[in-house]
Ligand binder design. Structure first.
Ligand SMILES: Nc1ncnc2c1ncn2[C@@H]1O[C@H](COP(=O)(O)OP(=O)(O)O)[C@@H](O)[C@H]1O
Ligand SMILES: [Mg+2]
Length: 430
């Protein structure tokens, strides 16, 4: 004789059902489904509740997707376990599912779940070879419109890996930024406050923009570049437009916000005369503290002229870190060279030697030298063949590239390197 009755779920059961569900969490703290999904399945899916002495003592609920149902809830009140209640609830929902023509019923349980008797007794088989994967999508559907409006986008995976060399910078960014932002709970339990705003600085072409994008790619957060001096018109001018942009960014769950060449709007006030961008500078100074209060986001500013920035910008509390990004190192140069050498010749060319010979070259300098070598090879091939088909004579070798290196002026001068070293001493904060 059963001591309970099983009937359809009613809206007024919700409170008691939540209590039963919470009780069931005591010994199973990692539920696959959250309360909202459970209540939704009770009302809109296929469900059944068990009632005894006027109280809800158990419930089962499924979500139906095409011809398959997923068990979202199977819970019993504490005093009602091991009495066949779970199996009875499953039988009730199975009967309803069968009437709807559902052929398969699946259930996902956390590995820690030990209370599986009802499922086993009801003929469910454990699929031992399956792994349960879960991911919360970083871009929620509700964010899509805002993102599109802001020109934000999700960047491809793997950008980080395409940044060659630069081990010092990569390790630093990995430890100070990626780690606390991706392992928030662990970080916070140890008293680490996740960074909310950082500056990347260094000579031109050192990879600052690429690093900013790679950070978004690693975190899998949308990337939004803001151009403060180029914002569209707004009744309150550029400052108003900037405020508007950041208030839209507030709506997003996650964002990497990037301001490149921040010195354009944040240079030290000269004292003489009024700069049209002063209002924007002041606005950004006000925006940063508010931005820092929200989780799930980071502001990255980049500059080639860190020493020209307004002191108010660099004061503690506005940026967590001021990170130097040095000129491309050997590994970075090697990879940049490789990008511009036609595949046909890449085997025979000594990349190590080119990387060695192009110290202080920026990526743009390497591209320039590589293109020059290609152009000269073309001219030579045509000249040597005297009008015949030139293909057989076409040749690009290490010497040709070396020659082009010798003919290229470096962008990153000795003076720049000295200034960069001074800035690291006096301004960097890592
Ligand atoms: N470490 C690196 N490995 C591969 N390519 C790099 C590296 N650093 C820079 N580059 C390339 O050099 C170019 C300039 O880099 P960028 O990030 O725009 O520099 P910055 O923003 O510091 O001026 C880009 O095409 C980028 O892909
Ligand atoms: Mg850049």
């Amino acid at each position: 004789m059963s001591q309970w009755t099983i009937r359809d779920f009613r809206l007024e059961d919700s409170d008691q059902l939540v209590e039963v569900w919470q009780e069931s969490l005591a010994d199973q703290p990692n539920p696959v489904y959250g309360l909202a999904e459970i209540l939704d399945s009770c009302s809109n899916g296929v469900s059944a509740v068990a009632v005894a002495e006027g109280r809800v003592i158990g419930a089962a609920a499924c979500q139906v997707q095409e011809d398959r149902a997923w068990v979202v809830l199977l819970a019993q009140a504490a005093g009602w376990r091991n009495r066949g209640l779970g199996s009875a609830l499953l039988a009730a929902v199975e009967a309803k599912l069968a009437r709807e023509g559902i052929k398969k019923i699946s259930a996902l349980l956390p590995a820690s779940e030990t209370r599986v008797t009802a499922l086993r007794n009801s003929g469910y088989q454990v699929e031992g070879d399956l792994h349960y994967f879960e991911k919360t999508l970083p871009i929620q559907p509700k964010d899509l419109d805002t993102l599109t409006h802001l020109g934000g986008r999700r960047l491809p995976r793997g950008l980080w890996d395409s940044l060659a060399g630069m081990h010092y910078e990569k390790d630093l960014i990995d430890q100070r930024l990626i780690l606390p932002l991706s392992r928030t709970e662990l970080a916070e339990s140890l008293g680490v406050r996740p960074p909310r705003s950082v500056i990347l600085f260094g000579p031109p072409g050192t990879g600052k923009t690429t690093f900013a994008k790679s950070i978004a790619s690693r975190l899998d957060w949308p990337f939004i570049e803001v151009f403060p001096s180029r914002l569209e018109s707004h009744p309150e001018g550029l400052a108003g437009a900037l405020r508007q942009v950041f208030s839209e960014i507030r709506e997003l769950d996650h964002a990497v916000v990037f301001i490149d060449e921040v010195e354009e709007i944040a240079s030290a006030r000269t004292g003489s005369g009024y700069s049209p961008l002063q209002g924007v500078t002041n606005e950004l100074l006000k925006i940063i503290p508010a931005f820092r209060e929200q989780e799930g986001r980071i502001l990255i500013c980049a500059t080639n002229f860190i020493r020209s920035l307004d002191k108010a910008f660099l004061r503690h509390g506005r940026f967590d870190y001021v990170i130097p990004i040095g000129p491309p190192d050997h590994g970075a140069r090697r990879s940049i060279w490789n990008r511009y050498i036609p595949e046909e010749f890449s085997e025979s060319i000594d990349l190590e030697a080119l990387a060695e010979a192009s110290e202080r070259f920026s990526p743009a300098d390497i591209e320039f030298a590589a293109r020059r070598a290609s152009q000269q090879a073309l001219e030579r091939a045509v000249e040597d063949s005297r009008g015949e088909s030139a293909v057989d004579d076409a040749k690009l070798d290490t010497a040709a590239y070396r020659q082009a290196i010798g003919q290229t002026r470096v962008t990153i001068t000795g003076a720049m390197i000295e200034e960069f070293a001074e800035d690291i001493d006096t301004i960097a904060r890592v």
